[in-house]
Design a protein. Structure first.
Ligand SMILES: [Zn+2]
Length: 244
């Protein structure tokens, strides 16, 4: 289990990766010298796809490696025996990367020329999500394969937490399995939540993370919604907590 200081350090390191990556992408993009007219051709789009794919593969691996090191350190500190080592899944999903580029280079219907700034803003948002996803995949996949069967918690960071992340954080430390993968592994753009891993049956959460308190909020919203439908509960939580 991580201390608050270790979580903060991991969050800062990952934020640095995202920022450094983006600065490098912008420089490489400028180096291609693509014009809006070229970005309307297959060759231009393919050049951008190649650049973006290499970029996600390289920086996703950096983020994943940081997360794997974090995992190994926590496992070591917990004194878990065995030679298990965290793994870094391949961060590149070619179809997803191609889809993002196609979406970014498509101008709105009533516009005849691509606005480069809008295109880059779309790519920036997606790259942040994909690089952070590589971090989360490394941690979740390692937890799922670890024979010592740890549990993982989503930890809200920063001043504000959205309703969706609050619900997942309220569950505390949970096992990662094939079946739990969908919801536990879904994150919104610019989500700054971190994850913590424990091998203890009775973990003491890091400072500032109180799953019991969060569960109280979830439960109040569930009762007010009069339903176990997640969308209705989220709507109620947003009203009650004044969050997004
Ligand atoms: Zn979040």
């Amino acid at each position: 289990m991580a201390s608050r200081a270790e979580l903060d350090a991991q969050a800062a390191a990952q934020a640095t990766v995202v920022a450094t990556a983006w600065a490098q992408f912008q420089a490489a993009y400028a180096g291609l010298g693509l014009t809006p007219a070229q970005l309307a051709t297959n060759e231009g789009i393919q050049a951008l796809r190649d650049l973006f794919a290499d970029f996600i593969a390289a920086w996703g691996e950096v983020a994943g490696t940081l997360a794997a090191d974090f995992y190994d350190e926590l496992r070591d500190q917990a004194g878990i025996p065995g030679s298990f080592q965290a793994l870094v899944p391949d961060p590149l999903d070619s179809a997803q990367v191609d889809g993002i580029v196609s979406w970014a280079v498509t101008p709105p219907r009533d516009v005849d020329e691509l606005d480069i700034e809008t295109m880059l803003a779309k790519i920036e948002g997606a790259s942040q999500r994909l690089i952070r996803q590589a971090q989360r995949d490394a941690l979740n996949e390692s937890a799922r394969r670890d024979p010592a069967r740890p549990r993982v918690a989503r930890i809200p960071m920063g001043a504000e937490t959205c309703a969706f992340c609050l619900v997942l954080a309220s569950r505390g430390y949970v096992y990662r399995s094939e079946t739990s993968a969908g919801r536990n592994n879904s994150y919104h753009d610019f989500c700054d939540c971190e994850q913590d891993v424990t091998w203890s049956s009775n973990p003491e959460p890091p400072d500032g993370y109180d799953p019991g308190e969060l569960y109280g909020k979830y439960d109040a919203a569930r009762r007010a919604a009069g339903s176990s439908d997640l969308r209705k509960i989220l709507r109620e939580l947003r009203l009650q907590e004044g969050i997004r």
